[in-house]
Design a protein around this ligand. Structure first.
Ligand code: ADP
Ligand code: MG
Length: 716
């Protein structure tokens, strides 16, 4: 197709699409309902369980969950009955185990409650057995080689620490049972089990350190608040872009003249149509018990953000999946396409997921909060130092944790965190860390040492950080760290599990130093000293930093294959085995699955770009050339020259892609990934360059693919 009629029609649709609004929910008296009244209305949360379960059953459930034991059958049966009755009252007809396979998204298989009684009459039935376990066909999910050594079957098991909820369909509801996904011998096939294990490991080490610090704490939770960035464009455009449909990003498209050069979008007023989308998204999330809190425009045109209030890491991970799913579903109802990809548009800011992370005691004390007195300050410094040490020792694992084809377009580009993991502390803490490292305080008793350092002023940190460095992939922001390098479409589970594991290692090292006779301050000093190279407050986007980081010995993996190689190391294996987060085989499966995913994504992009070039771009250029055949006036002749040059470049780069693709090795996954990354990705980029040059010379009425300017700026 080489005319622009479909594109013009899409612009028409996009600019005339009516907004969508919902009747405001009301309370029992007909007044506008408050969010607090709507909150978690579709969640079978502990309070609701308490109301609906016999007291002794509820007590046994609480004990079992607290102790992390297996639920007994009679307790499960009673819970199954109660949740079924609640779900039926709410109009549910089905239930499903909902799990997180290693694809990074979610999976579910629905069954209805329908059964029959002894007389063959229809009834609704749900048992403890059905609640506890289900057996989807594991063979259709990635197992990363574990299938060759284990049986192909797998099962899902209810995770009782994450509450069940009702999912809304167009005409019905489904009871969703958050679950872990395991192979037949208990090996984890999902993103959830490693996260839960990492939280256990972190809790053990952190509470031990608390005890050594004289402030015992029984259970420590990793807290996470992931800020979700996304783009929306009108669905009419997306339906004309095969690349958005299959790859989630545009594989070609000339930069819009305006781009984000005026920087007028960030925190600007939210377009009405988008606000309508956000309101409906929040309304759904509230019902699901997701603490949606902040909404605003992001840096790029068409880019926005949703941030929840932080919560326990595993719940945050479930909720982030619900956020992504709700964003997609609701966007569709509003005539938008939701783009969660890390880099949907070249030359425009990409999207990340800032994973805010800290550790919290059972009484709600934040261990990365500097506190107000010297003993709290010391605890803060110990946890800070442990985090630094863990991040420094395992920077490679953290880099690998965020590696994906999509993130390759973002990391290291000039508006995204660099592909080098470093930690930003801010001026004030840097001074303190340097003071500790230089030994200024070594021989003073702890309380006095803190005062000597000016540490009694620690609460000033939050202020110090208000003007913080946006170029750091891992920044301290007052009372938490912000892991900014995570990709916008990725699950937060694995990055968080890796972070928990790394910090566990840092904590355990400090504990070992103290147990071997160091006082706490000496151990803190060792940790700050060893982790000095990972501390960097300068401009992470600069070329000098790349050189400096190399001098410091920090890993710099520029792309997914080299990043994933960092998982396949003795030190990574030792970390995951020691902390109990992943066995050797389980770790290898993550490595394999991620490589395979990378390879598939590159191959898909190659396919769709070739299709677009052969069936859209080249026909448009040919039509343009034909229209100029025989022209003699000066303008047309000049134009003819430009079109010919573009045509020549297209021909050459298109052939180069075929040559590159045909050389793809067929041996192991890493060889394929390395080859694709070094040969096919650059060939695709070159072809894209030729396409974008063509878009700039072909007459607008002959260009059929929606242009960047339209997708980003013309959305009604
Ligand atoms: P920003 O300026 O980056 O938007 P905010 O203070 O708004 O920073 O916080 C961003 C995110 O950090 C929110 O999701 C918030 O809930 C989360 N957050 C705040 N405190 C913690 C904590 N102790 N642990 C984990 N996440 C936290
Ligand atoms: Mg932030």
């Amino acid at each position: 197709m080489s005319d622009a009629s479909a594109r013009r029609a899409a612009i028409q649709t996009a600019t005339s699409r009516p907004g969508r609004s919902l009747p405001r929910p009301v309370d029992a008296e007909g007044r506008p309902a408050r969010v607090s009244q709507l909150f978690a209305s579709r969640v079978f949360h502990p309070e609701r369980m308490k109301q609906r379960l016999p007291p002794e059953i509820f007590a046994r459930w609480s004990e079992t969950v607290e102790a992390g034991n297996r639920l007994e059958r009679p307790v499960a049966d009673a819970i199954a009955h109660a949740v079924k009755e609640w779900a039926l009252e709410q109009g549910a007809s089905h239930f499903c185990h909902w799990f997180h396979p290693m694809t990074g998204s979610t999976a579910e298989k629905h069954d209805s409650f329908l059964w029959f009684d002894n007389n063959g009459r229809p009834i609704e039935k749900f048992t403890g057995g059905l609640l506890l376990q289900s057996e989807p066909d594991a063979s259709s999910f990635p197992s990363g080689g574990m299938r060759s050594t284990f049986e192909a079957r797998g099962y899902t098991a209810w995770d009782p620490t994450s509450p069940m909820f009702l999912m809304e369909g167009p005409s019905g509801r489904t009871l969703v049972i958050p679950s872990a996904f395991l192979g037949y011998h208990g090996e984890s096939l999902d993103e959830k089990a490693p996260l839960l294990r990492s939280m256990e490991a972190l809790s053990r080490a952190a509470s031990k350190l608390c005890t050594l610090l004289g402030t015992p704490a029984s259970r420590i939770t990793a807290t996470v608040g992931p800020e979700q960035e996304y783009f929306v464009i009108d669905k009419a455009y997306a339906s004309l872009r095969p690349d958005l449909q299959v790859a989630g990003r545009t594989v070609l498209g000339a930069a819009a003249p305006k781009g984000q050069s005026l920087e007028d979008h960030y925190f600007g007023s939210i377009p009405t149509r988008v606000l309508g989308l956000m309101e409906e998204v929040e309304f759904e999330l509230y019902a699901l018990g997701v603490w949606a809190k902040t909404r605003h425009n992001e840096v790029a045109p068409g880019q926005f953000e949703l941030a929840p209030v932080f919560t326990e890491a595993n719940v945050a991970a479930d909720h982030n999946q619900l956020v992504m799913r709700t964003l997609r579903n609701v966007a569709d109802r509003h005539g938008f396409a939701m783009l969660l990809h890390e880099k949907p548009f070249a030359g425009v800011n990409g999207s990340g997921k800032h994973v805010n992370w800290s550790m919290q005691t059972a009484t709600g004390e934040n261990l990365l909060d500097p506190g107000h007195n010297p003993s709290e300050n010391l605890r803060f410094l110990a946890f800070l130092a442990a985090t630094m040490l863990g991040v420094h020792r395992h920077a490679g694992v953290l880099r690998a944790a965020i590696a994906s084809h999509g993130n390759d377009f973002r990391l290291g580009a000039n508006e995204a965190p660099p592909a080098i993991i470093s930690v930003f502390l801010g001026d004030f803490l840097t001074k303190i860390a340097d003071g500790i490292v230089s030994g200024k305080v070594a021989n003073l008793p702890p309380g006095q040492a803190m005062i000597e350092l000016g540490v009694s002023r620690l609460p000033a940190i939050a202020q110090d950080n208000t003007d913080r460095n946006r170029t750091s992939p891992f920044a301290f922001t007052g009372n938490k760290f912000e892991f900014r390098a995570v990709g916008s479409s990725s699950s937060i589970s694995f990055p968080t599990a890796c972070l928990n594991a790394a910090v566990t290692d840092g904590l355990e090292q400090i504990i070992r130093w103290v147990e071997a006779g160091d006082d706490m301050m000496a151990a803190v000093r060792k940790a700050f000293t060893e982790s000095t190279p990972v501390r960097f407050d300068g401009n992470g986007y600069s070329a000098e930093w790349v050189v400096e980081a190399e001098r410091r010995g920090l890993p710099h993996a520029r792309n997914t294959p080299t990043a994933l190689a960092l998982l396949n190391t003795d030190s990574a294996r030792a970390l995951f085995e020691r902390t109990g987060v992943l066995s050797r085989g389980e770790l290898h499966s993550r490595y394999d699955v991620r490589l395979e995913l990378y390879n598939k994504k590159v191959e898909i992009e190659a396919d769709v770009l070739k299709e677009l070039v052969d069936t859209y771009v080249i026909p448009s250029v040919i039509a343009e050339e034909q229209s100029l055949t025989g022209a003699t006036n000066a303008l047309a002749v000049a134009r003819r020259g430009a079109v010919d040059a573009v045509g020549q470049a297209l021909l050459e780069t298109r052939r180069a892609v075929d040559t590159a693709v045909s050389g793809t090795p067929t041996d192991d996954l890493m060889a394929v990934a390395t080859y694709l990354c070094a040969n096919v990705v650059p060939a695709l980029e070159a072809l894209r360059g030729a396409c974008d040059a063509a878009e700039r010379v072909v007459a607008d009425h002959r260009w059929s693919l929606p242009k960047y300017r339209e997708m980003l700026f013309v959305n009604g």
